[in-house]
Design a protein around this ligand. Structure first.
Ligand code: PLP
Length: 408
């Protein structure tokens, strides 16, 4: 019988969202007829905007004609989309269409990218963290065993707490690969220019690579929060950036994202030779990936059009209004609240000594509202709770009223 990848056995317990689903299921069976409001899982609720729908339908029609039909596309993505991205997201930052690799979403890219690195690389992640960074490295055998303290033995953890404003500090141990996410899921906080500059300088000095997850770039409002890591000088040599249309344009079902790998970003190859990271990623993608669908890439292109930008911005505004409403509800309860300003996530500090899962159960039992326990994102998330602004405005308004009725 084929031996299985033993590293999978090192993966930590159950997936956070299946545990949540289980508890919701028991609650609804025990309490039929009560209206549950879900502000937990991070899926969007606003429909695709008209500019995207029009581009999508046009591309579908095109595919049904002999002249317009397209089969396999370029693995790196169609030129029309890569050009639109370079122009609309990276104008003046020295990023060219050749640096852009279109895909079916940021999760796959981020999960897969670690494959181009040696198994011996040391990996740094924040705590709390978007679980993909940790789990994909566990599967690859880079993380070691889960310890009693809820951390993998070989990963380098960057604690993010209220004390450091959820800004990861430079580690004592030298990592080869550093995952940064800004605006951050789950804490909703964002790295300002000075923070990002410190990390880029560190990566350059220590010859590390930063894998920069900018899936929530579209939510940035503050002037001193960079939209791209390439706004920091020298980042092109040490950073790969990941973006997604999921949360910025409602593509969670349609699926499209991209990675930016400047020609100057390098890793150490055989005999210590400095090899462009892009060569390895291109080899990986051409071997294992056959490209994002043409119709989806046309839809993504439309996001960058003037109409597409305005319409998607309006949808993001809806989510940000929701986030502001949730923020206010918890502030009215006298709790410390983070995030929700440059991100759709609101990170609530629970009253001292409150366990995140206990609070989850209490919210469900008392006001039928679902959120996500902070401890599900790492030990430093204990005592915190995450809400998303992705619900409908009506549900969010009602949830805010219910939240204000809580006794804390
Ligand atoms: N990165 C972060 C931080 C996310 O929260 C998400 C989605 O929830 C993704 C990436 C995944 O994006 P995509 O839908 O493009 O795979």
């Amino acid at each position: 019988m084929a031996r299985l990848n033993s590293h999978y056995a090192a993966l930590h317990g159950s997936y956070l969202f299946s545990e949540i689903a289980g508890r919701i299921q028991s609650h609804t069976v025990a309490n039929p007829g009560r209206k549950l409001i879900r502000l937990g899982i991070g899926d969007v609720t606003q429909p695709l905007v008209p500019a995207v729908v029009a581009a999508l339908s046009m591309a579908v029609t095109e595919q049904g004609t002999p002249e317009g039909f397209r089969g396999y596309g370029p693995e790196q993505g169609y030129g029309f989309l890569r050009e639109a991205i370079a122009r609309s997201c990276y104008d003046g930052l020295g990023i060219s269409p050749d640096d852009i690799f279109v895909s079916d979403g940021a999760k796959c890219d981020i999960g897969n990218f670690q494959e181009v690195f040696s198994r011996s690389c040391r990996v740094a992640i924040t705590d709390p963290v978007y679980p993909v960074y940790a789990d994909s490295n566990v599967m690859a055998g880079r993380a070691g065993r889960m310890q009693k303290n809820g951390r993998y033995a070989k990963l380098i953890y960057l604690p993010c707490t209220a004390e450091n404003g959820f800004i990861p500090e430079l580690p004592g141990e030298r990592p080869d690969i550093i995952y940064l996410c800004s605006p951050n899921n789950p804490t909703g906080t964002a790295l300002r220019r000075e923070h990002l500059a410190r990390w880029v300088a560190y990566a350059r000095e220590r010859e590390a690579v930063i894998l920069f997850d900018a899936a929530y770039e579209g939510y940035i409002r503050s002037k001193d929060v960079p939209h791209s890591i390439y706004e920091i000088e020298g980042a092109d040599e040490v950073a790969v950036e990941f973006r997604s249309y999921s949360k910025s344009a409602g593509f969670t079902g349609l699926r499209c994202g991209f990675a930016v790998i400047p020609a100057s970003a390098r890793g150490k190859g055989a005999f210590g030779r400095h090899v462009p990271l892009r060569e390895f990623w291109l080899r990986r993608q051409t071997t294992k990936y056959n490209g994002c669908p043409y119709i989806v890439q046309r839809a993504a292109e439309a996001v960058h059009s003037p109409k597409g930008r305005a319409q998607t911005r309006a949808a993001i505004d809806v989510y940000m209004d929701n986030a502001a409403r949730i923020r206010q509800a918890f502030m009215d309860l006298g709790l410390a609240v983070f995030g929700g300003v440059d991100a759709p996530y609101v990170w609530v500090a629970l009253p001292t000594g409150t366990d995140s899962w206990d609070f989850f159960d209490r919210l469900l039992r008392e006001i039928d509202v679902v959120g996500t326990p902070g401890s599900g994102f790492g030990p430093c998330g204990q005592g915190y709770f995450r809400f998303t602004g992705f619900g409908s405005p009506e549900d969010t308004r009602e949830a805010a009223t219910r939240i204000k009725s809580l006794k804390v």
